[in-house]
Design a binder for this molecule. Structure first.
Ligand code: UD1
Length: 353
């Protein structure tokens, strides 16, 4: 047998099944594509509480086959145990969580039970089945209003401004404690900055339920005439144009960071490991810059007005992503314009449906 054939055979015999909780969601679905492209076998568990079945059709069209998907809440140990054993799971990427900041303040128990309960359940099943590798979705929200920019992983975590933010902080602490206790786990928390855009095929993208909270879906829906007017939340911040600054990262770049993190964990085996990485572009862009870039690429004028500040917004945050480059070999490749073009293409094809 030739060498490439041998390598392929060896790869096929290697256990490469990755469980993606929340794999039908926005970041989850794009990560499923990145995993498949890197030769992994993704298996989804999703309860579709904040995602739609049509995502699975999009994935099928992109990948050319149906991605296995269990429709269930991942906070159920029996279902998880069965899934781990049946599918011979080798590692997990844990996206399944609620993420609406406002709702988290009104329904704290719902958020703590779902976001932290499912993490604990997952860890218990991992210990029971001997699965060691886990990638956890954290957020730059853990930095709060940073003392200096760009933010580095060694900077202090600030008291969370929301219940949602606190579930990410406590989630990170649980994982750190597991490794500190010497449990047989290898875990990486990825602190996401602001994911935007869609797969360039426009077959999957962001599907916000109702009125979007986030900026880019609000921009594209306003341009499409679904929303009447975009409100820019404040132009009196101490930034060059007065609007807030964020680190907007293409969702496919973010998806690929998960693959890099998984590969960095290496082969499953004994030992405990925990680490945390910023996943951003390293570039800060203001709300008004996004508006102008979008107008420029779409050729449409956005109906927007300057509104009051939104409670809880911080002035500026962007990543120092050097650690991810040095230790994971990952960096963002796609530009802001590319991300906005993909978001707009996605929005336009939604209109055609
Ligand atoms: C929020 C979450 C963050 C989460 C991210 C997901 C908080 C405090 N943080 O980040 O944890 O990971 O979403 O993408 O909620 N803006 C407008 N008009 C709009 C909407 C937004 O001007 O209609 C502005 C906001 O003031 C902000 C920027 O756009 O300056 C980005 O807002 P958004 O997309 O909601 O993300 P974050 O609040 O940064």
């Amino acid at each position: 047998m030739c060498l490439p054939c041998l390598r392929l055979l060896k790869f096929k015999m290697t256990n490469n099944t990755i469980l993606v909780t929340g794999g039908a969601g926005y970041i989850g679905s794009h990560t499923v594509v990145a995993l498949a492209e890197a030769g992994y076998r993704p298996v989804i568990i999703d309860d579709f509480s904040n995602s739609q079945q049509s995502v699975l059709d999009g994935l099928k069209q992109i990948l050319g086959y149906e991605v296995p998907c269990v429709v269930h809440d991942c906070n159920d140990p029996a279902t998880l145990l069965d899934l781990f054993q049946r599918e011979n799971v080798r590692g997990v990427i844990h996206f399944a969580a609620f993420k609406a900041v406002g709702e988290s303040m009104a329904e704290p128990l719902k958020y703590y039970r779902n976001n932290l309960g499912s993490l604990i359940t997952l860890l218990e099943v991992m210990l029971e089945t001997g699965v060691t590798d886990l990638i956890f979705s954290s957020s730059c929200t853990v930095y709060g209003e940073p003392d200096s920019l760009p933010v580095v992983e060694t900077m202090p975590v600030k008291p969370a401004a929301s219940v949602y933010g606190n579930t990410k902080q406590v989630g990170e602490e649980i994982l750190r404690d597991m490794a500190a206790a010497g449990k047989p786990v290898k875990i990486i928390s990825l602190r996401y900055f602001n994911p935007i855009g869609a797969h360039p095929s426009a077959l999957i993208g962001e599907l916000p339920l109702g009125v979007p909270n986030n900026l880019v879906p609000y921009i594209t829906q306003t341009a499409a005439g679904i929303r009447e007017q975009l409100s820019v939340f404040g132009d009196d911040y101490p930034t060059p144009d007065g609007s807030c600054i964020r680190d907007y990262i293409h969702v496919m770049d973010l998806a690929e960071a998960h693959v890099a993190a998984l590969q960095a964990l290496g082969q499953p085996g004994p030992g405990s490991h925990y680490d945390v990485f910023n996943i951003g572009t390293g570039l800060g862009h203001s709300v008004l810059e996004l508006v102008r870039t979008f107008e420029n690429l779409s050729g449409r004028r956005l109906n927007y007005r300057i509104g009051p500040r939104r409670a809880g917004d911080i002035t500026a945050v962007y990543a120092d992503a050097t650690k991810a480059w040095e230790q994971l070999g990952w960096s963002a490749k796609r530009s802001l314009r590319e991300a906005l073009e993909d978001a707009w293409r996605w929005q336009q094809q939604l209109e055609k449906k």
